[in-house]
Design a protein. Structure first.
Length: 334
């Protein structure tokens, strides 16, 4: 069995693959480039991402996952097959056992679509795990104890918030406001405030360079190039971190409100545990500057980001497969 168990973080923005004994060996964008005329897949992953917004008419770069769930089944299956083969090698002696994570709000139909696509991509057995459980395991939290742990996983398409105790979710929600919405908010702000049209990749760069959810000690700036909506010509604008905070206020406050809502539904004993232990943030969106400060200020609960938030879900998904053998969890959860 060694080396043949795989955990897949099937994200809207990125796919991460964890192989037992090796750790996270793949991290690539969940993008597929296809030929419109023949429907042939041209590139998958990083190479396909480079084509976003830069393709001729007959080539289309698409994301087959939307808000954490499958929007194009055929392309998702091909993408999964590509990553599984890349992880275990085309000449693998035995088909792998695969655990795949889904948002906590995924329906049974959506879970079945993920399960079927994973089997079709070459898995021997499939386990479906909810993202907050995977995130908690990957962040190093012992979820098997009778104590409350709150995990907020901020991905590209969804934010999964859950209170976990004794290996299971007590209360949870999946909010369809996440990293991609941060980018869209910046695009809208630049259009409205500076009459500048920018692409999603430029918005993502702004978010990573000067983006913030809480005031920075010193204001930072960045030069942004785009198209002037008035003249139609290229234009350069200087954007400040304070402006990005204004642009991101609405999506970040939606996340804060969702966390407050879950805290209100949490049993008092578990709320007491969370007050003592704090809230743990995972996922790429957790890297937004000041987000933990904002959540801490609005909830009054200590908030911290996992050591490696980007890989926490993938690591937890992979370790989940290993925990199956201990009998703490069961395979192919329905």
């Amino acid at each position: 069995m060694a080396g043949s168990d795989i955990g897949i973080d099937l994200g809207t923005a990125n796919i991460l693959v964890y192989v037992q004994g090796k750790g996270v060996i793949l991290k690539e964008p969940s993008v597929v480039a296809i030929d419109r005329d023949t429907e042939r897949v041209i590139e998958i992953g990083e190479e396909a991402r480079r084509m976003l917004g830069r393709t001729p008419g007959n080539i289309m770069a698409v994301r087959p996952l939307r808000q954490g769930v499958i929007s194009d089944y055929t392309l998702t299956e091909k993408m999964l097959r590509y990553f599984i083969q890349k992880a275990v090698g085309r000449r693998a002696f035995r088909k792998p056992r695969v655990a795949v994570c889904v948002p906590s709000g995924a329906t049974e139909v959506e879970k079945k679509a993920v399960r079927d696509a994973t089997y079709a991509a070459g898995a021997r057995e499939v386990a479906i795990i909810e993202e907050p459980i995977a995130a908690a395991i990957g962040a190093g939290i012992d979820i098997t104890k009778p104590q409350g742990n709150m995990v907020v996983d901020i991905g590209g398409g969804t934010v999964d918030i859950a209170v976990i105790s004794l290996g299971n979710t007590v209360v949870s929600t999946s909010v369809k406001v996440a990293g991609d919405d941060f980018d869209e908010a910046i695009v809208r702000y630049m259009r409205k405030k500076h009459s500048l049209l920018i692409g999603d990749r430029t918005a993502e760069n702004i978010k990573m360079e000067v983006g913030c959810a809480y005031p920075r000690p010193e204001t930072t700036t960045m030069e942004v190039r785009g198209r002037n909506l008035v003249t139609g010509l290229p234009k350069v604008v200087t954007v400040t971190s304070d402006e990005t905070m204004e642009a991101l206020r609405e999506p970040t406050m939606q996340i804060v409100d969702a966390i407050k809502n879950i805290l209100e539904k949490t049993p008092p004993e578990l709320t007491s545990d969370i007050s003592d232990r704090g809230i743990v943030l995972t996922g790429g969106g957790a890297l937004l500057y000041g987000l933990e400060d904002l959540i801490e200020e609005k909830t009054g609960i200590t908030t911290m980001t996992a050591e490696d938030p980007m890989t926490a879900v993938a690591v937890g998904t992979g370790q989940y497969v290993e925990l199956l053998g201990s009998g703490q969890f069961r395979l192919d959860q329905e």
